[in-house]
Write a protein of this length. Structure first.
Length: 168
């Protein structure tokens, strides 16, 4: 019966552990994907408003890692680690994200990049190991607002790239 419910569009079994954030970005999919996959771009927009990023190491390939520090506006540093699990240019990125390589609370995210006319619809679906970890991310770290701000930063950064390209 559960399978029948899923086929009719009912919520997935992970719904209580998920955060889903979507944003329409006024730029071609290939450019949005590039901004998400090249460290020279990522370090310029990654993170919520007021945060900056320092990359320690970066290897964008399946099984590769991005080790970085997010610097909060209050001076707090947050060690971060991402392993790229699956990459399908320019459509999809699957990743594991935690504080470090051995973080038992690391969560998985799937990012999809879909053309929407001349724009790109990016959807970031994050699944936490437990509902409690999801709730903590939402309440303590403001993950939903932070995710929206991060995608807004991406949109602004890509819009600037498009503008500069048009001027040259």
């Amino acid at each position: 019966m559960a399978a029948a419910r899923q086929e009719t569009g009912a919520e997935p079994a992970t719904a209580d552990r998920e955060i889903v954030i979507s944003r329409l970005i006024d730029a071609p999919r290939e450019l949005v994907f590039e901004a998400f996959t090249e460290v020279r771009h990522l370090s310029r927009w990654w993170g919520p408003e007021g945060f900056t990023t320092t990359t320690r190491s970066f290897e964008f390939r399946e099984g590769g890692e991005w080790v970085f520090v997010l610097h909060g506006p209050d001076g707090t540093d947050y060690s971060e680690w991402i392993r790229w699990l699956r990459i399908v240019p320019p459509e999809r990125i699957e990743l594991l994200h935690g504080e470090s390589r051995d973080d038992p609370n690391a969560f998985e995210s799937v990012l999809t990049f879909a053309p929407d006319g001349a724009a790109t619809r990016i959807v970031m679906r994050t699944v936490f190991p437990t509902r409690e970890l999801r709730d903590e991310a939402v309440e303590k770290y403001r993950a939903i607002e932070g995710g929206r701000q991060t995608l807004n930063n991406l949109a602004a950064y890509v819009a600037d790239l498009v503008r500069k390209e048009a001027e040259s």
